[in-house]
Ligand binder design. Structure first.
Ligand code: CAO
Length: 422
């Protein structure tokens, strides 16, 4: 709901989004003050309202965690009345965000040309699986499809051992990540409009957004083609490389070797691990932390290149050192030596993390039907404001309110309800 003191207050957004990619984008803009009106089909609404429900008849967490701070307008945009309402909304709004399947908006009668005719200042922001003109542009896409199409799956996972298949990340690289890219595009178009007076179409494809995060793997492909090996990958120097970037297990993605290391209790606790990074200039502190001062001058250890052939032995030595320490104890030792590392945190631990609660990265939100729920708050922090997360709207909670704002009389609104147009 709009808060007049926030930077995006006064920006009105028609939120024609569903599932995750689009809602993540508009939720972010709502946190920062935009008036986001979520347009949903009467009776059903966003499919995530009912997907994976944990409380019967209450909006599912899938929905509540992606649609906070918004208003909900139910509207059947395939009826004449619904189209008229949408036209009025377009004339009064700044941005329309949608992530329908390819061509759905056109089929509804709202082509880009028509939207521009209604409101030349309108910014139309879209998420699709593939970009316009791509040979797969007709495909509908969900998260994991995008991870496969954008290079994440082929470069994630293991190259030997039990499961060597391409692997999907649990992080929403295809969905929320695309939404974040779109939010940047929308804000850029708003600033552009301040200069030109004109709106424009902003589009982000899920494939492109994933690929953007896999940029370093594209770096590696070109290096591999030039020199035939990748010195920071665990395959180097004992195994051979093919002609494409291999999956590297838990190896560090940049110039610093890293690995997941077992800590005390790993036999029974699936998350009793830390991630340990061997930063080049932290080598001497690492030797001090491990009680291995002799490694500081041993030519087998003094440079990254010298260490690489036995990097796994080094990791095993560190693992032995922390075998009687919990992941938190291990990190508490290494942090004193300025070593980049962290415990592998479970969702249970994150949900209860006091620091995340204090910073507003995890917030408890009161909800009319659910009671209250926890959600992930703004990961972006500002010195002059702290975005407040308010509950997601019930289906159609603000329908009449929005229609009144558009100038409809009580009788007209009643008639629209009886025709099931809203
Ligand atoms: N009133 C009337 N009709 C409405 C409506 C409303 N308020 N809102 C939506 N609709 C209609 C659309 O007009 C469309 O109808 P037609 O297909 O007859 O033209 C239909 O509902 C929605 O179609 P869809 O293709 O968007 O929905 P789907 O469930 O078949 O596919 C998804 C879902 C996500 C695969 C598809 O929307 C998609 O590929 N989106 C783009 C990529 C994307 O964002 N994917 C990520 C989703 S997050 O994991």
């Amino acid at each position: 709901m709009a808060n007049n003191n926030l930077p995006l207050s006064g920006i009105k957004i028609i939120d024609f989004t569903h599932v995750q990619a689009g809602p993540a984008c508009t939720q972010l803009l709502a946190w920062f003050g935009a008036d986001v009106i979520k347009v949903e089909r009467p009776g059903a609404g966003d499919v995530t309202r009912s997907q994976l429900r944990d409380i019967p008849d209450a909006d599912a967490l899938y929905f509540t965690m992606l649609n906070s701070n918004k208003r909900s307008l139910t509207l059947d945009t395939k009826t004449a009345e619904g189209k008229e309402v949408l036209e009025k909304l377009i004339k009064q709004s700044d941005v329309m965000v949608e992530n329908f399947g390819p061509g759905a908006l056109d089929r509804m009668g709202f082509t880009w040309e028509y939207i521009q005719k209604l409101n030349p200042g309108m910014i139309l922001a879209s998420v699709k699986g593939f970009s316009e003109g791509h040979h797969y542009e007709d495909l509908k896409v969900y998260e994991n499809v995008a991870q496969c199409a954008g290079g994440a799956a082929s470069t994630t996972g293991w190259w030997k051992g039990g499961n060597t298949e391409p692997t999907i990340s649990a992080a929403a690289l295809g969905d929320s990540n695309t939404g974040m890219h779109l939010a940047i595009g929308i804000l850029t178009a708003i600033i552009g409009r301040q200069k030109s007076g004109k709106g424009q179409k902003v589009a982000v494809s899920m494939q492109d957004a994933v690929l953007n995060l896999c940029r370093v793997k594209m770096r590696d492909q070109q290096r591999l083609e030039r020199v035939g090996y990748l010195e920071e990958y665990p395959q180097y120097p004992h195994e051979s490389f093919g002609d494409t970037v291999p999956r590297g297990g838990n190896a560090g993605g940049g110039g610093q070797p890293g690995w997941i290391l077992k800590c005390k209790g790993w036999e029974t606790d699936p998350n009793a691990y830390i991630y340990f990074t061997i930063q080049g200039h932290a080598w001497e502190p690492i030797c001090d932390a491990l009680g291995k001062p002799e490694w500081k001058t041993d030519p087998n250890y003094t440079t990254p290149r010298a260490r690489q052939p036995h990097i796994m032995d080094i990791f095993r030595t560190i693992e032995e050192f922390i075998s009687d320490k919990t992941k938190f104890e291990a990190v508490d030792i290494f942090r004193k030596f300025d070593i980049p590392c962290a415990p592998v945190l479970s969702m249970k631990e994150l949900l209860r993390d006091e620091s995340l609660r204090m910073s507003g990265s995890i917030v408890e939100v009161p909800h009319k039907v659910r009671g209250s729920y926890y959600t992930v708050g703004s990961p972006i922090k500002f010195s002059d404001m702290k975005p407040e997360v308010t509950a997601s709207p019930l289906l159609g909670e603000h329908t009449d309110e929005v229609l009144v704002e558009l100038g409809y009389s009580a009788d007209q609104i009643k008639a629209m309800h009886s025709k099931k147009a809203v």
